[in-house]
Design a protein around this ligand. Structure first.
Ligand SMILES: Nc1ncnc2c1ncn2[C@@H]1O[C@H](COP(=O)(O)OP(=O)(O)OP(=O)(O)O)[C@@H](O)[C@H]1O
Ligand SMILES: [Mg+2]
Length: 244
């Protein structure tokens, strides 16, 4: 069977600046794969190239391919990535509407299946079970949520859209340690239910503990890869990303 996601020789640039110089990696269905690397390594660029959810000044793919179940998705319109491939990117590309409540933001993500009332109700419950904070704040305007709570809402919305492949850009960023634990526990639960996760993190220690396999990205190139346990023992990786 073909791989869920396969990226080969991916080169991307912003104007004349090369950000990715030929990146290769893959994700199998059901896996948690992490992409770690320092500031500016090209992690966010990689996710934007895959999801096609990019701002007007976003990266352009110059060479290489991105295949989903064997089919190239480079020609696909951004909105089709979510609707047809069941892939969601968060929080980059999250469109949380600040003047709507938490509940209303979740509900927007169900528009495409608005007739499935029972299913939608179950999904609300699932999001609120995973993130009790969102349940407490369901009638609160989203702009008044903390940064961490907004991250949860972004993940919650991805779930309401029934995605089966979650692309996460630094879900730990700006979260207090306890909230980071909540977030990763919720993500682990989702993975156990079958959700595939591609996680981008600067917090390499956390990411390598959480994921099954990892890739180290350094200035636009993959410089190491393997099962997380192996990467954690790699002297180079230790020195550069795990604080010695
Ligand atoms: N809109 C842009 N225009 C021009 N260059 C950009 C743009 N966005 C990113 N870059 C450049 O592309 C390279 C990769 O950036 P990217 O955002 O992918 O890094 P990152 O690994 O996500 O870093 P961080 O950990 O800081 O989020 C960097 O050198 C960055 O300066
Ligand atoms: Mg980034």
């Amino acid at each position: 069977m073909s791989r869920l996601l396969e990226v080969t020789g991916l080169r991307a640039r912003y104007g004349k600046i090369d950000a990715l110089h030929g990146v290769d990696f893959h994700v199998e269905r059901g896996e948690i794969v992490t992409l770690i690397g320092a500031n500016g390594a090209g992690k966010t660029t990689t996710l934007m190239a895959i999801s096609r959810a990019r701002p007007p000044d976003g990266p352009r793919v110059k060479a290489g391919d991105i295949r989903h179940q064997g089919q190239s998705i480079l020609g696909l319109a951004p909105e089709k990535v979510v609707s047809e491939l069941n892939m969601a990117l968060t929080p980059t590309g999250r469109r949380i509407f600040g003047n709507l409540t938490v509940g209303e933001n979740l509900s927007l993500a169900t528009y495409a299946r608005r007739d499935d009332k029972a299913g939608i109700k179950r999904d609300y419950q699932r999001v609120y079970d995973l993130f009790p904070r969102l349940a407490e704040r369901r009638r609160q305007r989203s702009e008044s949520l903390s940064g961490g709570e907004q991250q949860m809402l972004a993940v919650g919305r991805a779930l309401m859209s029934r995605c089966s492949f979650l692309l996460l850009d630094e879900p730990s960023m700006g979260l207090a340690p306890l909230l980071v634990q909540d977030m990763f526990r919720a993500l682990q639960a989702l993975n156990r239910e079958g959700m595939t996760i591609l996680l981008v993190e600067q917090n390499a220690k956390l990411a390598l503990k959480f994921a099954h396999r990892g890739y180290v990205l350094s200035t636009g190139e993959i410089v190491a890869s393997g099962p997380c346990a192996q990467l954690m023992d790699d002297p180079e990786v230790k020195k550069a990303y795990l604080g010695g």
